[in-house]
Write a protein that binds this ligand. Structure first.
Ligand SMILES: Cc1cc2nc3c(=O)[nH]c(=O)nc-3n(C[C@H](O)[C@H](O)[C@H](O)COP(=O)(O)OP(=O)(O)OC[C@H]3O[C@@H](n4cnc5c(N)ncnc54)[C@H](O)[C@@H]3O)c2cc1C
Length: 469
């Protein structure tokens, strides 16, 4: 088993030449620009399934889905084979926005930890809500397996890493909440911690199972392939521009449908009357060349985990199937920025934090970086609704996390199919668009949307108390 002293062994085990090469590479790394390109797009090059042509002309179908991210694809997958004529339009390529930029951690814990849900919703509420991403993950795995989707599926336990005393407290709270709700978990402190992570920066960790890593762009394109095979029509490069009654207009055509499901991100008021409900947070990712076996072992002495830490703007990392290190994070200044921040400054800072946590890995080379903005609501739970005056229009808004988006898309599709087995009221209640937030909308008009989201997010995450009673 690897130990704290193992970090030193690794360093002293390297020859002087290797050490010098390492330092030299580090220097070169400082001068060389990383390529600003989504790595998952790079992995798509050479895949067989062609991009679908845009919609041309006016068509009529039973069900229209707008948006081919995790949510829209899950909705389409549920409706495929229902006997209805289903069409999906996507402004980019399927997975081309948040989904295909994501780090592909499939864990129930995205922005909201279980202990935070327990504090906000009590034991039963937390359980109801935790089941959402758990079921989302299961649904994604089912699709991957049934469609034989080649998306670099990695089984990786989650490791939430505490920093300092606050981090240790957060780890203990998370572990206690998991046990209280009957979910398994394991904690690590002191010397035990060094058996699972090759860094001295952390004070505690909680580990849990049934979590995975994927290349979410290849997942999205794989689901697209399954849908096409099942007879769903898909038009990529097809942006919805206007909407009225049962008809959605695009650049070169229109779709008229009995039921319309909007699963699109960053929509303006012309397509989304609830646009005030959604803002976005920005996060950055980078990827390295493949790590050597010694580097992998020095980082993960027992087995590779998917990790994130307890910082307010946290860092997260995992290994891909070809043993590249995927590292993500952000900064306070850019998380709530209105537009993409395209310099490498933020990710440089994240990388330098990583290098100080893992000094033995200081010579690994980061080759590409990219960023993305994730739609979210004020309290970080999704909004799902059927419009009261036009009940054929369904909306999925502000899903933070692939599993949450998948569950919500699937949920709405089952609504459309009038599947009475699902517990509709419960989730419509949790995800109600009219739920209360700390900063009410009228005050937001004075202080601004961005600032109001910062406060509302922080309140929901750290202070909001049991809403059940
Ligand atoms: C850098 C980054 C890292 C992340 N890491 C993780 C992670 O590790 N794990 C995790 O669970 N989550 C992660 N997320 C969050 C996750 O990606 C999102 O929460 C999730 O993908 C949301 O899915 P969605 O289907 O709701 O939205 P999207 O994936 O944004 O899909 C919406 C789709 O609608 C399309 N669209 C928009 N407007 C129109 C229009 N007018 N007409 C037609 N189509 C339109 C878009 O092109 C897009 O494809 C990350 C996100 C980012 C950006």
């Amino acid at each position: 088993m690897y130990s704290q002293s193992g970090i030193k062994d690794y360093e002293s085990g390297k020859s002087k030449i290797e050490a010098r090469i390492g330092i030299l590479l580090m220097e070169i790394d400082r001068w060389m620009e990383m390529l600003l390109q989504n790595w998952w797009f790079t992995t798509l090059i050479g895949t067989k399934r062609p991009i679908q042509p845009p919609l041309r002309g006016e068509i009529k179908r039973d069900i229209l889905i707008v948006g081919g991210g995790a949510a829209g694809l899950a909705a389409a997958a549920r409706l495929a084979g229902s006997g209805k004529k289903v069409v999906l339009i996507e402004a980019n390529i399927c997975g081309g926005s948040s989904t295909g930029k994501s780090a592909g951690f499939l864990t129930p814990d995205s922005e909201l930890e279980l202990s935070q849900l327990v504090r906000r919703f009590g034991t039963q509420g937390a359980k109801d809500l935790w089941e959402v991403p758990v079921r989302g993950i299961q649904r994604m795995l089912n699709l991957i397996k049934s469609g034989g989707i080649d998306c670099d599926l990695q089984k990786q336990d989650s490791l939430f890493l505490g920093k300092g005393r606050g981090g240790m407290k957060a780890v203990k709270e998370e572990d206690a909440s998991r046990k209280k709700l009957g979910y398994e978990s394991q904690t690590y402190f002191g010397e035990d911690l060094t058996e699972v992570i090759g860094s001295r920066k952390y004070t505690a960790a909680v580990r849990y199972r049934d979590t995975y890593g994927i290349d979410a762009l290849r997942y999205a394109q794989g689901v697209k392939g399954m849908l096409l095979d099942a007879g769903v029509e898909i038009y990529e490069s097809t942006r919805a521009l206007a909407f009225s009654g049962h008809t959605v207009r695009t650049h070169m055509g229109s779709v008229t449908a009995d039921q319309i499901i909007f699963c699109a991100d960053k929509l303006g008021p012309e397509l989304n009357p609830y646009y005030w409900n959604v803002y976005h947070e920005q996060t950055f990712l980078s990827i390295t060349e493949p790590l050597s076996m010694a580097e992998q072992n020095s980082m993960f002495p027992s087995e590779p985990f998917q990790c994130w830490d307890s910082d307010l703007i946290y860092s997260y990392y995992r290994l891909t199937g070809d043993k590249r290190l995927l590292l993500g994070g952000g900064s306070l200044m850019t998380t709530y920025a209105r537009k993409d921040t395209t310099t490498s400054r933020v990710i440089d800072h994240v990388i330098s934090g990583f290098r100080s946590a893992f000094p033995q890995l200081r010579s690994i080379r980061f080759i590409q970086f990219w960023m993305g903005r994730i739609d979210m609501t004020r309290d970080l739970l999704p909004t799902v609704l059927k419009e009261p005056d036009t009940p054929w229009v369904h909306r999925v808004l502000g899903c933070v996390g692939l599993p949450w988006a998948t569950f919500c898309g699937d949920f709405v599709a089952r609504q459309v199919m009038q599947d009475s087995k699902q517990e509709d009221d419960k989730y419509y209640r949790y995800f109600n668009v009219n739920r209360k937030f700390l900063i009410p909308i009228w005050l937001e008009k004075v202080i601004g949307k961005r600032f109001s989201f910062v406060i509302n997010n922080a309140w929901a995450k750290y202070y909001q108390k049991d809403l059940t009673g």
